[in-house]
Ligand binder design. Structure first.
Ligand code: OGA
Ligand code: MN
Length: 290
């Protein structure tokens, strides 16, 4: 196995790993160290099955169950696809089920709206279109480092609020009352420190709706400023997919977004597993709930 830096501001590629034949503890630890250091890990030539993807994902930690709204709800997969899960036929672009695809085109960090934030997502390319459909990732670690000292000092202690009702609202999707009643906004520290290397990053993106205790207009001004700053080309990597690619991104230290492809003529099927950040349990939720 070999680990190479990407020709990009951040990220690395792992060569010589065959996930389908089983990943040894040693190989996992090397991949994990590369993930902590580089925030994005590309592994090409690995056409995974659902079973091998789950086994590999569980080495990182517990897989989240996918909530209502995604066609794979109830399983550990989030399915990103324009294909009907039951029939394999293309879903019409104006179908309500395609809303979640639209939401993916906003910069976001997966599961920021959940009480336990996410460590990473693992996305496996099963079917890819001939053109378009790249996934862009921006490093909120590089972006944080580039902030001036007063701005860092100002944002370091802040607690931000996150909500799926809020982020889906940005694309005009409304949950019904029953759905809403089960979805509460959550709080996380805006600035996070990686326990392995102490590098700081920001949990920002579409799910972030305010700063605790702030007027929302002012909170959004700050959050939007930080997101615009973080998604400048100098902090971004764009992944052009080949079938069999596996992409791992650090949800603590990155935001990402989908880009368009011709969903009326082509097919795209990506399977995502999302791993919970167990070290996040150390965060004292009671103390910030007030
Ligand atoms: C995701 C996601 C982007 C894409 O799977 O979480 O945002 O390009 N995907 O499919
Ligand atoms: Mn996502």
């Amino acid at each position: 196995m070999e680990i190479k830096r990407l020709d990009a501001p951040f990220g690395c590629e792992v060569l010589g790993l065959d996930i389908n034949s089983g990943v040894s503890k040693d190989d996992y630890l090397q991949v994990r160290a590369a993930f902590e250091a580089h925030s994005v890990v590309v592994i090409r030539g690995n056409p995974l099955s659902d079973e091998t993807q789950i086994a590999f994902s569980e080495m990182f930690g517990p897989c989240e169950k996918t909530l209502k709204g995604n066609p794979a709800a109830g399983s550990v997969f989030a399915r990103q696809s324009n294909l009907d899960i039951a029939t394999g036929d293309r879903i019409p672009a104006d179908d309500r089920r395609m809303f979640y695809q639209k939401a993916n085109m906003l910069w976001h960090a997966d599961s920021a709206f959940k009480p336990r934030a996410s460590l990473c997502s693992i996305l496996s390319a099963r079917i890819i279109p001939s053109e378009g459909g790249a996934t862009e990732v921006a490093s909120t670690r590089l972006a944080y480092e580039a902030l001036d000292t007063p701005t860092k000092a100002k944002i370091d202690p802040l607690i931000a609020e996150y909500s799926l009702v809020w982020s889906r609202g940005l694309i005009g999707y409304e949950f019904n009352d029953e759905e809403r009643s089960t979805m509460h906004k959550v709080r996380h520290p805006l600035v996070r420190e990686n326990p392995a290397n102490k590098a700081k990053s920001m949990l920002i993106g579409a799910h972030a709706m305010n700063i605790r205790g702030w007027d929302q207009k002012k909170g959004l001004e700050l959050l939007n400023y930080l997101l615009e700053h973080a998604t400048q080309p100098e902090f971004c990597y764009s992944h052009n997919w080949q079938e069999g690619d596996v992409l791992i991104w650090d949800n603590r230290a990155c935001v990402h977004r989908a880009t368009p492809y011709n969903a009326n003529a082509e097919k795209r099927l990506m399977q995502r597993t999302t791993i919970g950040d167990v070290s996040d349990e150390a965060f004292d939720r009671e103390a910030v709930a007030a």
